[in-house]
Design a protein around this ligand. Structure first.
Ligand code: GSH
Length: 278
């Protein structure tokens, strides 16, 4: 474990998974600090807002460098650390990679996920967690005048998030955008084995986590699995078979049984070893 690299993230967060996957692919040792974004909402605490002014995970701290935003962190990890290169050599490949990362970034996966989680968890996330988020943010805004603007921006962000997940039309729009991009990916995979070319790249890191999220939320069968997009399905199977998928603990299902208890304990403890028992 390298005390010089710390990843502030949350086990189930898609953006944190992207960064964990890139670190696993590059074989970078790091210290993991869990920021609970679901129950205790530690991402809204003043110490964390000072680190990541948008109040989101992940944040990578390397020495005295603080890097936020998962797409930027992916590039930083590739440029800074030794290990297999995750950016194509050719300018065409680099352009394709950037295109796929941007398309991933534009998808509103947070809104789609929260609208799609089923059962009691879904209800709690939609009905209970949103008012709690807003009341905590308002309280912290009023108590921390130096951060008031950041808190106000986060309140606006959470309001939009809450409004979006309550509007089926808006969620259907996000889903349609996703369908278009997935069809494009199916075509692309007819030309090369990975999204940016024949080598694995940061684009595949990002899309591994999106496809896993769609599997976890039960959306995969109606979007790309079950023979709908055979190339994408085979590609996803190859991504899941990479050792990094397990090492980085990319979630394609909710943890259950002992794994769930271990997860709750590690969230309480605030840090955890890399990887999760399945
Ligand atoms: N563009 C940012 C988005 C980060 C983001 O939305 N993170 C989510 C988890 S995947 C989060 O922290 N949500 C909690 C919140 O917004 O309160 C990135 O890629 O890092």
């Amino acid at each position: 474990m390298d005390a010089n690299v710390t990843l502030y993230g949350f086990p189930g967060s898609l953006c944190s998974q992207k960064v964990r996957l890139a670190l696993a692919e590059k074989r970078v040792p790091y210290r993991s600090r869990i920021v609970d974004i679901e129950l205790r909402l530690q991402n809204y605490e003043p110490w964390y807002m000072r680190l990541n002014p948008r109040g989101v995970v992940p944040t990578l701290v390397h020495g005295d460098r603080v890097v936020t935003d998962s797409a930027r962190i992916l590039r930083y990890v590739d440029e800074t650390f030794e290990g297999p290169p995750l950016v194509p050599d050719s300018s065409d490949g680099r352009e394709r990679m950037t295109g796929w990362i941007d398309q991933q970034d534009r998808l509103r996966m947070r809104e789609l996920s929260y609208a799609s989680f089923r059962g009691a968890l879904g209800l709690v996330l939609r009905r209970v967690s949103m008012p709690l988020r807003l009341s905590k943010l308002r309280r912290l805004r009023d108590a921390n005048s130096d951060l008031a603007q950041l808190y106000q921006a986060k309140i606006d962000d959470v309001r939009e998030w809450r409004a979006a997940i309550a509007k089926p039309v808006e969620i259907a729009g996000i889903r349609r955008e996703l369908e278009v991009v997935l069809r494009r990916a199916e075509r692309q995979l007819g030309e090369c084995t990975h999204l940016a070319g024949d080598d694995y790249s940061l684009a595949d890191v990002a899309w591994t986590c999106v496809l896993a999220r769609l599997e976890m939320t039960g959306l995969a069968p109606s979007l790309w699995a079950g023979g709908r997009s055979p190339r994408l399905e085979a590609y996803y199977a190859r991504l899941c078979a990479r050792p990094s998928f397990t090492k980085a603990d990319v979630w394609n299902a909710m943890p259950r049984g002992r794994a769930r208890l271990a997860l709750i304990r590690s969230i309480r403890a605030g840090s955890r070893a890399e990887g999760r028992e399945r």
